[in-house]
Design a protein around this ligand. Structure first.
Ligand code: SF4
Length: 363
C-alpha cells in the first residue's frame, strides 16, 4: 500500500511526471485503487456568491477589478437565493456546494455573518459545504467550522517561484498561512492550482511539492487548466495539450494517494476520452454546472451522460468524513474579533499584469 509521504522532492516528482505515459498511468491507477473506489466520482457545484470587483491582480482572473473583462459583477447573494441554488444542485446529483466570493480576505461584519448563515443553511440540507473567500484568520476558520463548513478552498495556484510572475498583491506565504489557519479548525483543506499559465514543468512539480509536503496533505486538490479570458493578462496563452492534464492528474494521484483529485476549470476543452483518461489516472472529483464562477463548464446533463457511458457513480455526501455539526449563532463559542491581520502586499511589478491594466484603462 502506498501511504502518504511528506518528504517529496521536486526531482522525484519530475521523474514521475516524465515517466513513459503507460507506466505513469499504470502506477497512478494502481495507487488510486488502493485508496478509492475507481468508479465513484465526487460531484461539486461551484456558486459565485459575490462576483467581480476584486482588488487583487491574479493574472488569470477575470474577476480582478483592474482588468477589463465581460463578466457581470454582483453583490453578495441572499441566503434564500443560495439555498434555492443548493437545492437545485442536490437534485442534479451534487453532494457539495462550493461558494466563492471575489474578496482579498474575509472581513468580520455583516457580509461574513451572511456567509456563515449560508453555510448553516446548506449543511442543514445534508450537503457538504465548501467556501473560497480569500485569506482568513484562525478565528474566522473556527467560526466557519462551527457553522458546519466541511471544506475551505485556497489554491496555491502555482509554484512559489512562479507565483511572483502571476500575482503581485499577496505572497505565496500568505496562502500557506491561510491553509494553516484552516488546519487549526476541523475544516478540511482543498488546495490546488492551475496549469497552462506559462509555467515550466519544474513549477508544476514545485506546486505539488508544496502541497504534498503539507502534513496532513490536503483532502482535496483541484487541478485546473487555464481558461484564457479576454482582457486578462493571460488572454493570449495557448491551451495546454490534454496529455499535460493527464500527466498532472496522474502525478498528483501518485504523490497524494488519499486526496480527492478534482478536474476543475478547462473541462469544456477536454474530450470525453481525455476526461476518461484523467479518471483512470486518479481524478475522482469534478465541478458540475454550466459555469465555474465565471468561466464555462460542461452542463450537468452532459456530465451525467459521460458518467453513464463510463459506468461512474456520483459519491454520496459525507462518505469520506462525517457531517460537521452546525451550531446556530447563539450557541457560538467564537465571537467576531474584528482582527486586522497584516497580510502581505509585495507590490512588485508584473509586466503583463501592468499592460492588461493599462489596456483596460484605455478601453
Ligand atoms: S483569483 Fe480570487 S483573489 Fe485573485 S483576482 Fe480573482 S477573485 Fe480576486
Amino acid at each position: 500500500m502506498n501511504e502518504e509521504r511528506h518528504n517529496w522532492t521536486k526531482e522525484e516528482i519530475l521523474d514521475i511526471y516524465n515517466l513513459p505515459m503507460m507506466e505513469l498511468l499504470y502506477k497512478a491507477a494502481t495507487i488510486h485503487r488502493e485508496h478509492h473506489d475507481p468508479n465513484t466520482v465526487q460531484v461539486s457545484t461551484l456558486l459565485s456568491i459575490k462576483t467581480g470587483g476584486c482588488p487583487e491582480d491574479c493574472g488569470y482572473c477575470p474577476q480582478a477589478a483592474r482588468y477589463h473583462t465581460d463578466i457581470e459583477g454582483n453583490d453578495l447573494m441572499t441566503v434564500s437565493h443560495v439555498k434555492a441554488q443548493a437545492l437545485r444542485a442536490k437534485a442534479s446529483g451534487s453532494s457539495r456546494v462550493c461558494m466563492g466570493a471575489a474578496w482579498r480576505n474575509v472581513k468580520d461584519g455583516p457580509e461574513f455573518n451572511q456567509v456563515l448563515e449560508m453555510v448553516r443553511t446548506i449543511n442543514k440540507l445534508d450537503m457538504e459545504v465548501c467556501c473560497t473567500l480569500g485569506m482568513i484568520t484562525e478565528n474566522q476558520a473556527k467560526r466557519l467550522a462551527e457553522a458546519g463548513l466541511y471544506a475551505y478552498n485556497h489554491n496555491l495556484d502555482t509554484s512559489e517561484d512562479y507565483y511572483k510572475d502571476v500575482i503581485s498583491t499577496r505572497a505565496f506565504q500568505d496562502r500557506l498561512e491561510t491553509i494553516d489557519n484552516v488546519r487549526k479548525s476541523n475544516v478540511t483543506v482543498c488546495s490546488g492550482g492551475i496549469i497552462g499559465m506559462g509555467e515550466k514543468l519544474e513549477d508544476r512539480a514545485g506546486m505539488l511539492v508544496a502541497l504534498a509536503t503539507l502534513n496532513p496533505q490536503p483532502e482535496s486538490v483541484p487541478i485546473n487548466a487555464l481558461v484564457a479570458v479576454e482582457g486578462t493578462p493571460m488572454e493570449d496563452m495557448e491551451p495546454i495539450p490534454i496529455w499535460d492534464m493527464i500527466r498532472m492528474v496522474a502525478t498528483t494521484r501518485v504523490v497524494m494517494p488519499k486526496t480527492q483529485v478534482r478536474l476543475s476549470a478547462g473541462r469544456t476543452e477536454m474530450s470525453r476520452e481525455g476526461q476518461a483518461m484523467c479518471f483512470f489516472a486518479g481524478a475522482n472529483s469534478i465541478f458540475a454546472g454550466d459555469k465555474l464562477l465565471t468561466t464555462p463548464n460542461p452542463d450537468v446533463n452532459e456530465d451525467m451522460e459521460m458518467f453513464r457511458l463510463l459506468g461512474l457513480q456520483p459519491q454520496k455526501a459525507f462518505e469520506k468524513m462525517p457531517q460537521p455539526k452546525t451550531l446556530d449563532e447563539e450557541e457560538s463559542q467564537y465571537e467576531a474579533i474584528g482582527e486586522r491581520p497584516k497580510w502581505s502586499r509585495p507590490g512588485h511589478t508584473i509586466e503583463r499584469n501592468e499592460l492588461a491594466k493599462q489596456k483596460s484603462k484605455s478601453s
